[in-house]
Ligand binder design. Sequence first.
Ligand code: 3PG
Length: 222
Amino acid sequence: MTDAFARRQNGTADPASVLPGSRILPVLTVPSATTAAPLAEALVAGGARCVEVTLRTPAALEAVRTMAAHGGLCVGAGTVLTPEDAERAVEAGARFVLSPGYDAETVERCRLLGVPVMPGVATATEVQRALRDGVSTVKLFPAESLGGPAVIAALAAPFPGMRFVPTGGIGPARLPEYLGHPAVAAVGGSWMASAALLESNDWAQVRRLTAEAVAIGERGVS
Ligand code: 3PG
């Protein structure tokens, strides 16, 4: 790691500090505020430690608030598209921020707020920009459409200090391959709490799919 890289990292809260214990990140698009509490229970029962609540529904900020208050989860906000989104999410209790794409102003606002940020990247140009902006972990999105684990291997080569959180189209079958790369900080996805499962309040299945993913994640670590 170069001095410049270390300096920039020091200027930005490190997402590694909020992704402890588990390399599995359920991505949650919560349809209603009442869904948040039983969803949090099911995820915790399945062994989840961190979650991403996307700001894609009117209930999202309330869901962040409820799930953060649960206490058993480190709750991040996803689909954060603007600096104002980041402020609202942090005010609601989000402890980290993710974006689908790269927005330097949002990254800068997160730095000022002191909240770890994982902006989205899909190209080497964006990873390079993130590195210059002091970002240590990026979200690779949409990972499967971009080419999957092979893309991470290709991007990790010129950017050895960068860590990746791939999301987009990933399911349990591909988890071991993603987790097998040392540059992968965590793998995200909605398959553990899909729209259909949330619609039907199928908490048993959310718990089961989460536990399955967490077990794969733990095997990947050892
Ligand atoms: C995200 O925002 O990370 C994605 O919507 C998650 O992708 P998936 O729904 O394909 O898992």
